[in-house]
Design a protein around this ligand. Structure first.
Ligand code: ADP
Length: 377
């Protein structure tokens, strides 16, 4: 089964003003694909998902399920199952009744629905909870019950809106795996909404990054990380976030240009020509930047402001003339906060973006195309 979103626009009427929540977006979700909508709060993810589910009526545009236009079809006739952040199990029903409820609504007889609910509870590894009431369950158990209820009637697609946001870190990891297992097993597309880019990267086949009602970029986790099409996607995907340093295009002009940064210049090929003097932003992932104690050894000199521990890594923030650079490779253990240091990176690792539009002009040069051994200074 496939789901297509075509020129979807949703405008909410708020009093006498209009709120443009989703602005003419397009994407297509393939059979069995795990597809995630990610972006900051308020960017239109939930609205998009609710339009697909049929819980909101689009202002314009279409939703196609398997090529068939379902834009005007009632939610329960779309064959899609939706799970929300707010789990809302029925408190007066026990677990088996909660799980079986969607079947009851569809007129399935009692024996069959109880049997099916037991099967799904087994799948979600909660068979021992069947006679308990929601008030007696832990957060994780409620989540598993809610997932079981979502998949009980073999929906043709699973829609999930921030299903993990109320869980603690450990449970998140556990239920995340559970959702992926269910997705694989159900063999149907899953459309997943989250504001958490790391969740999106770890779970998805493909991701649409949204901002302000627009889709800013769409692709596999690797594509979005390695060749983001603009600064928004570059900055949103990856943690710690990519460094963006202003620079200017020098000699050459057109599509082979030099980039000047910190007195050093390199020649790069652009996807689209730009004149000499164009303002650009040089993007470098923190994982590709080294901090050296010798102020003159690297490309840029600055003050080491801060060293933070992130899991098993250390993140350095270096203040430079044009802002700050964050680096995950610290050359020695003895770097002192407050000291003058330099940052080093390989030109082949940088992205270039148009300074005005944010559009990508060049991405890192693939290892196979680098004709010289990488030299990190
Ligand atoms: P997200 O899921 O990315 O946080 P939403 O889709 O919930 O974003 O919201 C997108 C925009 O639409 C926001 O500006 C939000 O305030 C607005 N919005 C969402 N739902 C409604 C509603 N029912 N009425 C009015 N405005 C809404």
């Amino acid at each position: 089964m496939t789901v297509e979103v075509k020129s979807l626009t949703k405008i909410y009427q708020v009093g006498s003003s209009e709120e443009l929540a989703v602005d003419s977006i397009d994407f297509e979700i393939g059979a069995n694909e795990f597809f995630t909508l990610v972006g900051p709060s308020g960017c239109g993810k939930s609205t998009t998902l609710r339009c697909i589910a049929g819980l909101e009526t689009p202002t314009s545009g279409q939703i196609l399920v398997d090529g068939e236009d379902v834009t005007q079809t009632a939610p329960n006739n779309r064959g899609l199952a939706m799970m929300f952040q707010d789990i809302a199990l029925y408190p007066h029903m026990n677990v088996v009744e909660n799980i079986a409820y969607p079947l009851k609504v569809r007129g399935v007889d009692k024996t069959e629905r109880q049997e099916r609910a037991r099967e799904v509870a087994e799948l979600m590894q909660i068979p021992e909870l069947l006679n308990k009431y929601p008030g007696e369950l832990s957060g994780g158990q409620r989540q598993r019950t809610a997932i079981a209820r979502t998949i009980v009637y073999n929906p043709s697609a699973l829609l999930m809106d921030e299903p993990l946001s109320d869980l603690d870190a450990q449970l998140k990891v556990e239920i995340r795996k559970e959702i992926q297992r269910i997705h694989e097993r159900a063999g149907v597309p899953t459309i997943y909404v989250t504001h958490d880019q790391s969740e999106a990267l770890s779970m998805s086949d493909r991701i649409a990054v949204m901002n302000d009602g627009h889709v800013m970029g769409i692709g596999s986790p690797d594509e979005l990380y390695e060749s983001p099409e603009n600064t928004f996607v570059a900055a949103f995907i990856g943690n710690p976030s990519i460094n963006l340093v202003p620079a200017t295009l020098g000699d050459g002009g057109g599509d082979r240009v030099t980039v000047d940064l910190g007195g050093e210049a390199t020649e790069r090929e652009l996807t689209e020509g730009r004149p000499v003097g164009t303002d650009v932003e040089v993007g470098i992932r923190p994982e590709r930047v080294d901090v050296l104690p010798d102020p003159d050894a690297g490309k840029l000199t600055g003050t080491l402001e801060l060293i933070e521990r992130i899991g098993d890594r250390r993140l350095a923030t270096v203040d430079i003339d044009d802002g700050e650079i964050r680096a995950l490779n610290l050359s020695t253990d003895t770097l002192a906060e407050g000291s003058t240091v330099s940052v080093a990176f390989d030109w082949a690792d940088v992205h270039l973006f148009d300074g005005e539009s944010g559009e990508a002009l060049a991405h890192p040069i693939a290892d196979v195309q680098r004709n010289e051994p990488t030299e990190s200074v």
